[in-house]
Design a binder for this molecule. Structure first.
Ligand code: NAP
Ligand code: GLV
Length: 315
């Protein structure tokens, strides 16, 4: 009997040998095929692992049982108006992904604290730019927008370095030592109390464009900003203006509306902005295949899958 097919669109066709090697170890019961393989019978596809499927394609797979998002954020999948809503959509919520995000956010926050952008610019010019950063972690409050899988890992890691940490989410959280703010009613108090704001929200209609001038108006002058959520969360022209005016003291951005960020974009050269190329948290393919293999086994045993996308919530 032929094995059920797992169709993959993540990393391009060139990544297929690597995916096949990892799935041979972690899910030997499935046959792993490239998304655009013309020899694949759509009726034989039981699973799909995708980052940004073309709209309508998933709806053309009549026996699809589970869609696996190749990332934690699945907005490039849910943008499909024909997405089959009855098929569970699993997010890539691995422990390693949360660890990586925690490390990135800790690095970004410490970079703001210690003036990494300024130091890098001076080194590129062989200039001895002596300065004394005023703040230390124990006197700095980091506010995390989005206290989910990623946000909670980042919060714990920042706490470990000595930062005071607060978080903002839709529902209140009970995390030792972390002050939780919930909903729009508590958003402004959260913003006013932070020295550095970190965005780890999902991309939803409510969070679109949230990192923009009206938000900065609710923050203290000179607040630092980190965005590792999605480019759609930010208005980049507002961020650049706020950096120029001093409303924001510095920013680290990992995500942009247009990726790759075009070479002539002013964000590249702004002296108070560190740009990273959407690298905050990307587990290697072996780790993602192990996670998907474990979820396939759970699904085949009839067990409920964790971290499913909720169509009503939008994340
Ligand atoms: P998650 O577990 O779903 O957590 C989302 C958090 O945001 C939850 O705490 C949720 O509140 C909160 N939230 C959602 N809508 C809100 C709203 N309107 N107001 C206030 N809080 C709201 O997601 P995750 O796994 O942590 O990932 C978060 C995002 O990070 C992803 O969606 C993705 O865009 C981004 N990401 C980026 C990278 C990268 O490399 N740059 C890597 C991975 C993920 P509740 O807890 O109350 O539900
Ligand atoms: C990366 O951006 C992810 O959502 O995992």
């Amino acid at each position: 009997m032929s094995r059920p097919i797992l169709l993959v669109k993540s990393g391009g066709e060139a990544a297929m040998p690597e995916w096949q090697r990892h799935f041979a170890e972690h899910a030997p019961g499935v046959e792993v095929r490239w998304w655009d393989d013309p020899a694949v019978d759509p009726a034989a596809v039981r699973y799909a692992l995708v980052w940004d499927p073309e709209p309508g394609r998933l709806a053309g797979l009549p026996n699809l049982r589970v869609i696996f998002g190749s990332g934690a954020g699945v907005d490039f999948i849910t943008a499909d108006p024909d997405l089959p809503k009855g098929v569970p959509l699993a997010r890539m919520a691995t422990a390693g992904a949360a660890q990586r995000m925690g490390e990135y956010v800790t690095w970004a926050v410490l970079s703001l604290l210690r003036g990494a952008r300024r130091i890098g610019a001076a080194q590129a010019e062989r200039r001895w730019d002596y300065f004394e950063p005023e703040r230390i972690a124990t006197g700095t409050t980091v506010g995390i927008m989005g206290l989910g899988h990623m946000g909670q890992a980042a919060a714990r890691m920042l706490q470990g370095v000595g930062f005071r940490v607060t978080g903002w989410s839709r529902s209140p959280k009970d995390m030792p030592g972390i002050r939780s703010f919930a909903g729009m009613a508590e958003r402004d108090a959260f913003l006013a109390g932070a020295d550095i704001i970190v965005c780890l929200l999902p991309a939803t209609p409510e969070t679109r464009g949230v990192i923009s001038a009206p938000l900065f108006d609710r923050m203290r002058d000179g607040t630092g900003l980190v965005n590792a959520g999605r480019g759609s969360h930010q208005r980049i022209e507002d961020i650049l203006a706020a950096l120029d005016s001093g409303r924001l003291s510095g920013a680290v951005l990992d995500v942009f509306d247009q990726e790759p960020l075009p070479p002539d974009h002013p964000a590249w050269t702004h002296p108070k902005l560190l740009v990273t190329p959407h690298v905050a948290s990307l587990p290697p393919r072996g780790e993602r295949a192990a996670h998907v293999g474990a979820l396939i086994a759970m699904h085949e045993r009839g067990e409920p899958l964790p971290n499913l996308y909720d169509h009503a919530r939008g994340y």
